[in-house]
Design a protein around this ligand. Structure first.
Ligand SMILES: O=C1O[C@H](COP(=O)(O)O)[C@@H](O)[C@H](O)[C@H]1O
Length: 261
């Protein structure tokens, strides 16, 4: 799960609302192309404000009918280790925003573990095994080459549940880990690691609002992933950084290229 990774390209949209709409619209052709090229598509979902808003816009978009939802594999980048249906779970938000509104094959939807199923470590190991089973020989990795991996950027530069300076950032082998003592509640979580994220064809980093402006600048700067986890989240073919104007406000002018809105 090493090798070449794509240099980020940045697009900036006038508002969080536009950012969510444009990102949703950009997801559709990527999934459609993947389904025609390989028979099925895969997406990794994120929690968080803008990530969930993108899913809600996708549910509303008439273009969504171009996707064959039954041939979509849905994974999560991270999850709060809470019971199924808990409003704080990323899964709960994703189901309400999108998954409950499209005709998915339930066998292709892969929620992360809940406390009722054992320890977070057990759950992480089972999730890693499910990813390994879904990987194809041509993926040359222990996880599928996700077509899109969506990741929100936290104000502290975390992505998924990979928080600055935490042990998960030193993980070079495992694809999924249990996280204890996360600085953002709840403290116990399960997360993909950077090697698993880096197996994605496309990584899309999302941020909206002024509170993310410093994190976005750091994510595109020279710091390494232990200090700035978002700087280590890169796709193999493409890394897109999708921002609203407020989140792009502290980028060097040369990087803050306006998007399509
Ligand atoms: O805790 C989490 O936070 C991040 C970012 O959330 P946001 O509300 O600041 O956008 C999210 O990407 C991650 O999936 C989630 O578990």
């Amino acid at each position: 799960m090493t090798g070449h990774h794509a240099t980020p390209s940045v697009s900036v949209h006038v508002s969080a609302d536009d950012l969510a709409k444009v990102t949703a619209a950009r997801i559709v052709p990527v999934l459609v192309d993947a389904q025609s090229a390989r028979g099925a598509a895969s997406i990794v979902l994120t929690g968080g404000g803008i990530g969930t808003a993108v899913l809600a816009e996708l549910a509303k978009s008439p273009a969504r009918d171009a996707v064959d939802w039954r041939r979509l594999d849905v994974w999560w980048g991270d999850e709060r280790f809470l019971p199924s249906g808990d409003p704080e779970r990323n899964e709960t938000g994703a189901r309400a925003a999108l998954l409950d509104h499209v005709d998915l094959d339930p066998a292709r939807v892969h929620p992360m573990p809940t406390p009722g199923e054992g320890t977070p470590e057990d759950g992480a190991a089972r999730y890693a095994e499910a990813l390994r089973a879904a990987a194809r020989p041509e993926d040359h990795a222990d996880v599928p080459s996700f077509d899109i991996c969506l990741l929100g950027i936290g104000p502290d530069t975390h992505v998924a549940s990979l928080f600055p300076e935490q042990p998960a950032l030193y993980e070079g082998e495992r694809t999924v880990v249990a996280v204890h003592g996360a600085p953002k509640p709840p403290p116990t979580r399960v997360s993909l690691t950077l090697p698993a994220i880096g197996a994605a064809r496309e990584v899309w980093l999302l941020a909206s609002g002024e509170a993310k402006a410093d994190a976005v600048r750091l994510a595109l700067g020279a710091a390494g992933p232990v200090q700035v986890p978002a700087s280590g989240a890169r796709g193999r073919s493409r890394t897109l950084v999708l921002l609203d104007r407020a989140a792009a406000g502290r980028l060097p002018a040369a990087l803050a290229v306006p998007g399509h809105s």
